[in-house]
Design a protein around this ligand. Structure first.
Ligand SMILES: [Zn+2]
Length: 293
């Protein structure tokens, strides 16, 4: 079999990152963000070989010769744009088959210590979670992994990374879908609302959120206030804060290993790159067996 000189892989997401995805709003500030990340790796982590290798790769990211890395502040937003675009085309074909809904899931077994962030662990999680989506009655699912560093302001639980999923699917029965998903992804002490489902109103922001390139530290408090018909009452709330530089580097090193493609969570669907065009194609289980990308 002849080997393509470009190592063309029709299902590799990064291979479809064309230069035009880098053009537009905030492109100058993204370049600055990349330079800032390189400086951080070069100064505060100069004894860390992995950090230096990542800095080398980020430094080499140039027009028409992109690094295509998941932690790259220029390539990650290009990937975000690409996934939003192919997801929009895929979703347009699904209309009329039920309600299109946005689903956010924070699985209890997606919690891990910083040293445990690992692509093999993520791949196992994704396999397991796709099975659970199936058990909850989900057919196709177009989504991606997202990450946050979760803390509690009075240290009621230990700080941890949370690997979670966000994506879109279709349903003819919202309430049943919510109920079934909650059975598969139950509430825990640190995760009071593991499942959120809402109708997709066609807002493109929901598609941009799929592969969002920014990550946060979520600091939970038990003293939040919520207005109810009986007045104010205290509730749990989370405050979104910037990652500390050490955490930012830990996540960047991990994302470098995982790759943008490793973030995709596709069930009964597959990313296909035909060179000039890329798309998400439906893949019913009978055509690809259990090995769905
Ligand atoms: Zn890059």
């Amino acid at each position: 079999m002849s080997k393509s000189p470009l190592h063309f892989n029709p299902t590799r997401f990064e291979g479809a990152l064309s230069e035009k995805l880098y053009i537009g709003f905030a492109s100058a500030s993204r370049k600055m963000e990349r330079e800032k990340l390189i400086r951080l790796l070069r100064t505060k982590h100069k004894d860390n070989d992995e950090a230096q290798t990542l800095a080398d790769k980020l430094e080499a990211c140039k027009k028409n010769k992109r690094c295509q890395l998941a932690p790259c502040p220029e390539c990650a937003p290009a990937g975000q744009k690409l996934l939003a675009k192919v997801a929009a085309t895929f979703l347009a074909k699904q209309e009329g088959a039920g309600h299109l809904v946005c689903v956010s899931i924070v699985p209890a077994d997606g919690v891990c210590k910083p040293k445990d962030l690992d692509p093999a662990y993520a791949a196992r999680n994704v396999r397991r979670w796709k099975e659970r989506l199936g058990r909850a009655g989900v057919t196709w699912f177009v989504g991606a992994l997202d990450y946050s560093l979760n803390e509690h302001d009075t240290a009621r639980y230990k700080p941890h990374w949370s690997e979670h999923i966000y994506g879109l699917t279709t349903t003819t029965d919202m309430d049943r879908l919510k109920k079934e998903l909650r059975k598969q992804f139950p509430v825990t002490e640190a995760i009071p609302r593991p499942v959120k489902v809402k109708i997709w109103d066609g807002d493109p922001d929901a598609l941009a959120y799929l592969l969002k390139p920014n990550y946060w530290r979520r600091v939970a408090t038990d003293d939040g206030e919520r207005f109810t018909k009986n007045g104010m009452r205290s509730c749990r709330a989370t405050d979104k804060q910037r990652l500390r530089s050490k955490e930012r580097v830990r996540l960047a090193l991990y994302l470098d290993e995982l790759g943008l493609h490793g973030r995709l969570v596709l069930r009964w669907a597959q990313f296909v790159n035909r060179g000039a065009t890329a798309s998400i194609e439906e893949r019913a289980p009978k055509t690809v067996g259990t090995r769905i990308a």
